[in-house]
Design a protein around this ligand. Structure first.
Ligand SMILES: C=CC1=C(C)c2cc3[nH]c(cc4nc(cc5[nH]c(cc1n2)c(C)c5CCC(=O)O)C(CCC(=O)O)=C4C)c(C)c3C=C
Ligand SMILES: [Fe+2]
Ligand SMILES: [Fe+2]
Length: 369
């Protein structure tokens, strides 16, 4: 629908709502060439690697992009599904599920788009999709429960940078995290309970979160603290005594110190401390991906068994669980408060009709398009 001039509240034009659901991103294919493209974009982001640029450029282009793509491609090949990367297929399915749920909760239309911070579908493509649907108000929901500058902060940069090129900037709000959201905590705890009912409970529950360089914490990033909070709240919900759970950080990159304890070291030490059966859950990952399916469910399992462990169980991410979808939709509802589309009395049809009439009046008056 095209308007003559600006849609205007006085004429009752509809202002439609767009939700941009994002995640980190993934290569287009499990090949060294696709990984090189993906890693180049990802690792050049100053929110991800904060090292001084000229030096980092040399290291990245001279060394890392000549070695890592091949190794990472081999890992991706192990988890690649029929429809592509699990992270992307799951995020798309989450977007569709949230859209369905939002249609139940809201009186007017809502457009949901899915985008990835790196790779495809890009943030630009996602925002374009919303713009074409006529979204004048946009809520951005990065699927990172625990805020980190490298993830949520970087998504903020990408969205605002993209919109800075638009002539007509929409209203934008961001969900900056939900590490302690009761419905999210409940969903994680219930997923663990259900896993225990089906497969039995291990002697220890390990909460494994993606790491960041220790230096980022020292400079004030709240991520470490938020991970501890999530883990403690889930453990409390489960009624787990302190000695039956712990937190560790996975997926270290490079030589610097990262958040400790490291998941890999913790898992190798536990059997020696008498823990023979272990459950691992990764509540920082909304969707199963390379870091959970390959690094935890595969590599870590092997490491645990090799170190003398007997039983290793990976508890899947929330993915498209119904309680996850509902928790995300509730989060959206709370963040769009005050926007007319969130008002149950908002009469979308009446507004649309009034808008049409205003448009016709303007046409009759000979306004130029
Ligand atoms: C180099 C620094 C990195 C930082 C800092 C970092 C933070 C960070 N990452 C996630 C979530 C994911 N990371 C994933 C893959 C991945 N991460 C890094 C590096 C850093 N991450 C690399 C190089 C890769 C690519 C794979 C590899 O070559 O090892 C993924 C999985 C993507 C997939 O396609 O499945 C996720 C998800 C968080 C939450 C985070 C900080 C809190
Ligand atoms: Fe990462
Ligand atoms: Fe990894």
């Amino acid at each position: 629908m095209t308007y003559i001039g600006e849609p205007d509240y006085r004429h009752g034009s509809p202002q439609s709502l767009g939700i941009l659901i994002t995640n980190l991103g993934t290569p287009d294919a499990p090949t060294p060439a696709a990984l090189k493209r993906y890693l180049k974009e990802f690792l050049w982001d100053p929110r991800v690697v904060e090292a001084p640029r000229p030096l980092w450029w040399l290291l990245l282009n001279g060394l890392i992009l000549n070695t890592r793509p091949r190794k990472s491609a081999a890992k991706y090949a192990q988890i690649w599904g029929e429809d592509g990367s699990p992270l992307l297929t799951t995020t798309r399915a989450q977007g569709a599920a949230v859209a369905e749920r939002m249609a139940e909760l809201l009186p007017g239309p809502v457009k949901v788009a899915v985008a990835m911070r790196y790779g495809n579908p890009s943030i630009r493509a996602g925002l374009e999709e919303l713009r074409r649907a006529g979204a004048r108000r946009i809520l951005v929901l990065p699927l990172y429960p625990q805020y980190a500058a490298s993830t949520t902060g970087s998504t903020f940069d990408a969205v605002t940078q993209e919109v800075s090129r638009w002539r007509w900037v929409p209203e934008i709000r961001f969900v900056m995290g939900y590490h302690g959201d009761p419905a999210y905590i409940q969903a994680v705890a219930d997923s663990i309970r259900e896993h225990w009912q089906a497969k039995g409970q291990g002697e220890r529950l390990l909460f494994s979160f993606h790491g960041i360089p220790r230096d980022y914490l020292d400079q004030g990033d709240p991520y470490h603290c938020y991970c501890q909070t999530t883990a403690r709240m889930v453990a409390e919900n489960l009624g787990l005594p302190e000695h039956q759970w712990q937190v560790a950080f996975q997926s270290r990159f490079g030589r610097q110190q990262w958040l400790t304890p490291y998941t890999s070291e913790t898992i190798a030490e536990l059997p020696g401390q008498g823990v023979k059966s272990l459950d691992v859950v990764c509540p920082g990952f909304s969707a199963d991906c390379l870091e959970t399916l390959e690094e935890i469910a595969d590599e870590s399992r092997e490491a645990f068994l090799e170190a003398g462990g007997e039983c290793f169980s990976y508890i899947p991410s929330l993915n498209t669980r119904r309680d996850h979808t509902n928790a995300l939709a509730d989060l959206i509802m709370r963040h769009i408060q005050g926007w007319p589309e969130a008002d149950p009395k908002y009469d979308y049809e009446a507004r649309r009709e009034a808008g049409e009439q205003a448009r016709e009046r303007a046409m009759a008056m000979g306004a130029k398009n």
